[in-house]
Design a protein around this ligand. Sequence first.
Ligand code: PMP
Length: 301
Amino acid sequence: MEDRWVFMNGKYVKQTEASVSIFDHGFLYGDGVFEGIRVYEGNVFRLKEHLERLYESARSILLEIPYPIGELEKYVLETVQRNRLTNAYIRLVVSRGVGELCLDPSKCSDPQVIIIADQVKMFPKEMYDKGLKVVTVPTRRNIPDALNPKIKSLNYLNNVLVKIEANQAGVGEALMLNSDGYVAEGSGDNIFIIKRGRLYTPPCYVGALDGITRQAIMDLCKRLGYQVIEEPFTRHDVFVADECFLTGTAAEVIAVVDVDGRKIGDGQPGPITRHLLQEFRKLVTVDGSKVYSEVGVDSKS
Ligand code: PMP
């Protein structure tokens, strides 16, 4: 494994030397926020939107990020550049920092800001060609009054439990319902269904992250003339949909062809899903912030 550069609190250190204290409240309590971001051919896809969401998540949990947003943007770009990556996955983490062995964060005076850029571990190509089988699981989405799913916090236990249930069911992803029985999202992705040419996705208040890919798909739909309706829907609506797909930074746009043993449409990735994936793959190399190469600005900018 290559020993890459990691940004840690204003310095670049080798990943084998980058370490976090066992007293960090991110480790002890999941107290912090994060982003997962993709780089496509030297373009950091929708970096500004990811940073805005990070700062909003931090604001919501009263965590102050010790840099202005523009400075953090530069650090993200520099981390990618230093590692000479043109296609990458970035993990940007801000934890509450070192504190005492009690919940109280008031003693945590030094938030930790970490940027890791690594190679992308793509889902196998056949998953995109054939589509995914998913199940709905008994674990419900956190209710917004407890821990709002719009906050991308380090507390991902709800999602981890869902992923375990997906693994136990032998499928690639699982869907969470909210406490009222409406479909919220996958363990790490948003959901869309298509019925009679119209797209539907749950509004965030149902219990979904305001996904950057979700928004990119909604923007693409507007441009391509597809109607998207943000409206709560049930498992039944998914079962009888013509098409279904998931969106996320890691997943991109991936068709769902089976839900709880019900075939979706004809059991193949549908035409609108395939069209949107095709258009999304064009968008990701142009919409975002360019990584500067050593000889100057990336030639695509
Ligand atoms: N929901 C959850 C719970 C997630 O973790 C993610 C991944 N960040 C998403 C949705 C998709 O969001 P995005 O498109 O911003 O990656």
